[in-house]
Write a protein that binds this ligand. Structure first.
Ligand SMILES: [Zn+2]
Length: 621
């Protein structure tokens, strides 16, 4: 479904691609060991369209592409005329100087196994999960099974799933008979007794049990007690893997179309999960089973359990239901604080289009960690106070400029992910700025809609102090590596810069909405974002995307002032960097078009660059 939607979108917005024929394949390899390069971009200047190499370094071109720029991290860019090519394999010159700090990162085997979209993952397409799980709070023990339906995309006799190695596999059934499997770290390779045919729809039933580990930034699976000493059990696994507590195909590019979760808990507790509660069954053993169903495609890391002494209140906004689940003792505080949810939803729908998962509703669920964007079941742990409350010794004024205290950071940020992360999903962790940069920008969109443009600009610029510029925002692909926190802060400053390059707010907001609605419920790479913005705004953002996303440094505008005139030029990692900026010259706002060579303007008065609108360094020389 997702692919079909994406192709429709391409057809609608990028007709120049759809009309191309006679695709040709290139393979991009490194001079270092002739290794395939994943994520190299082949960019055609004339059509302003880029394509990206896959895991095997392969990329499909077409006859419309004539002269292309080929770029790959840590390699010298190449300009090629495709007509003059004598080989389909392009060797990129590896350049040690471009490695910077990233070379020091190493990736353990479990990350490589997890991050690689291997042939035994790519050979099938997920259709649905039907997960049953019984949670025993006293023993801190779980047991259950996941019925996984999938369609074979090619004939094969093996698939790859994931389950943390500390959990036991009890049996994996296929047509009622046990299957053979092998485990390697957290990976499970499952063999079938016969070759499954292409297009066959298959189902396996994966039984497991054990003691899940509390691990990772958000705890993954925690058995805690609430303030009244009652059991409070929650899951949050982004960056660590949902395989910590349930077996699935744990990767980002493929999602089930829908999912059922049957969660059995002691009857004095309730479980709140994604989607809607469709059944409650009182079991004989003192347990109650809560059956939740989500009707939309869902990321594995979004699937969530919240077990505790929850009470409910709710409201509606048109067709959308907003439901709130909080601990009984926090009900009054929640009723006050969650008043922010509805106006936020109005703002987000205005700028990003209708809430993407309307069939599943929107929920805020209290949790013992700060918060997580679980799809249609956003978890909240910000203490029912404005700002970002991470502890008594840390200021709640998150961006430090007085704006953060006007709203609840966790409600606003985590809900923004319903559009950026849950609806628009990156294929790989390396492109996570598509989630976090845009979601952080969504905070500023909310601020602008509620409190005005000046507050929004101030809020965004408050993020400057958090940017490190030590690693590029685009990380290493296929190794399950979450990039630097710059993807949040620098990401939003970058998007704010794009807005002011466009320099036409009506067009900018219509473009943002076309982006979020056009890619609704689909996966994308950074190059898809670049292609979209190039086409929509009729600009060539290639070098700007390159400088901000693939290099540590932001561009520096060198300025040399003399009597009555100012000289300026860009210093950048990207050759021919050509970003326009606005400056104040003698009280007037003017647009400058600097490049890598000196240009001069005469200045009757003061000269200053509008640095709050363009995230750059300005250096007087
Ligand atoms: Zn986030």
């Amino acid at each position: 479904m997702k692919l079909a939607q994406f192709l429709l979108f391409i057809f609608f917005y990028l007709p120049s691609i759809a009309s191309y024929a006679n695709l040709t394949e290139l393979t991009i390899v490194s001079s270092k060991g002739k290794q395939a390069i994943e994520g190299a971009i082949v960019y055609d200047k004339k059509s302003r369209v880029g394509v990206r190499t896959d895991l095997k370094g392969k990329v499909l071109l077409d006859s419309g592409m004539k002269v292309v720029q080929i770029k790959a991290k840590y390699h010298k860019p190449q300009l090629l005329s495709l007509a003059e090519l004598t080989s389909n394999t392009i060797v990129m010159q590896h350049d040690e100087k471009l490695l910077v700090a990233e070379q020091k990162l190493s990736y353990p085997k479990k990350n490589k196994l997890w991050g690689n979209y291997s042939e035994y993952r790519a050979n099938n397409d997920l259709l649905s999960y039907d997960l049953s799980i019984k949670v025993d709070p006293d023993k801190k023990y779980i047991s259950g099974n996941n019925k996984i339906r999938f369609k074979m995309l090619k004939a094969d006799n093996m698939i790859q799933l994931d389950l943390y190695q500390n959990l036991d596999i009890d049996k994996i059934l296929y047509n009622g008979k046990p299957l053979k499997y092998e485990r390697e770290v957290n990976t499970v390779y499952i063999s079938f007794p016969k070759t499954l045919t292409k297009d066959a729809i298959e189902e396996i039933d994966f039984h497991y049990s054990g003691y899940p580990k509390a691990t990772g930034r958000f705890g993954c699976f925690t058995f805690k007690k609430d303030s009244l000493g009652k059991h409070w059990i929650n899951t949050a696994c982004q960056g660590t893997g949902s395989m910590v507590w349930w077996p699935n195909k744990d990767q980002q590019p493929d999602e089930v179309e829908n999912m059922i979760m049957r969660v059995s808990v002691p009857s004095d507790l309730k479980n709140i999960s994604n989607g809607r509660l469709i059944q409650t069954n009182i079991l004989a053993n003192g347990y109650t089973e809560y059956v939740w169903q989500t009707l939309n495609p869902i990321n594995n890391y979004s699937v969530s359990l919240n077990i505790g002494n929850y009470v409910h209140f709710g409201e509606t906004l048109g067709r959308l239901t907003l439901d709130y689940y909080v601990l009984e003792q926090d009900l009054d505080k929640a009723k006050r604080q969650f008043k922010q949810a509805k106006p936020m939803m109005v703002s987000y729908q205005k700028y990003f289009g209708e809430y993407p998962f309307i069939e599943d509703g929107y929920k805020l669920i209290q949790a013992p960690y700060t918060g997580m964007e679980h799809q249609s079941a956003v978890t909240y742990g910000n203490g029912f106070k404005n700002g970002y409350n991470r502890g008594a010794d840390v200021s709640a004024d998150w961006t430090g400029v007085g704006i953060s205290l006007k709203f609840d950071f966790i409600i606003i940020h985590e809900t923004g992910h319903e559009w950026f992360g849950n609806s628009l999903t990156s294929y790989d962790f390396s492109d996570s700025w598509i989630h976090e940069g845009w979601c952080t920008y969504a905070e500023a969109v909310y601020v602008e809609d509620q409190f005005g443009y000046d507050d929004a600009i101030k809020y965004i610029n408050g993020y400057k102090s958090k940017v490190e510029n030590k690693f590029p925002m685009i990380g290493q692909p296929s190794v399950a590596h979450w990039p630097t926190s710059d993807i949040y802060f620098k990401g939003t400053l970058f998007i704010n810069t794009l807005r002011h390059i466009v320099n036409d707010d009506d067009k900018w907001w219509s473009g943002v909405k076309a982006y979020t609605t056009g890619f609704k419920k689909s996966h994308l790479y950074t190059v898809d974002v670049l292609n979209f913005f190039n086409q929509y705004f009729d600009e060539d953002f290639e070098k700007i995307f390159d400088q901000y996303l693939y290099f540590n440094n932001i561009p520096t505008l060198e300025v040399s002032k003399a009597e009555g005139q100012v000289r300026y030029r860009w210093q950048s990692d990207v050759d021919g960097f050509n970003m326009p900026i606005d400056a104040k010259v003698g009280g007037d706002k003017i647009r400058l078009y600097p490049n890598n060579t000196w240009q001069t303007i005469s200045t009757p008065g003061d000269f200053s660059v509008l640095e709050e609108l363009f995230y750059i360094n300005v250096k007087e020389v």
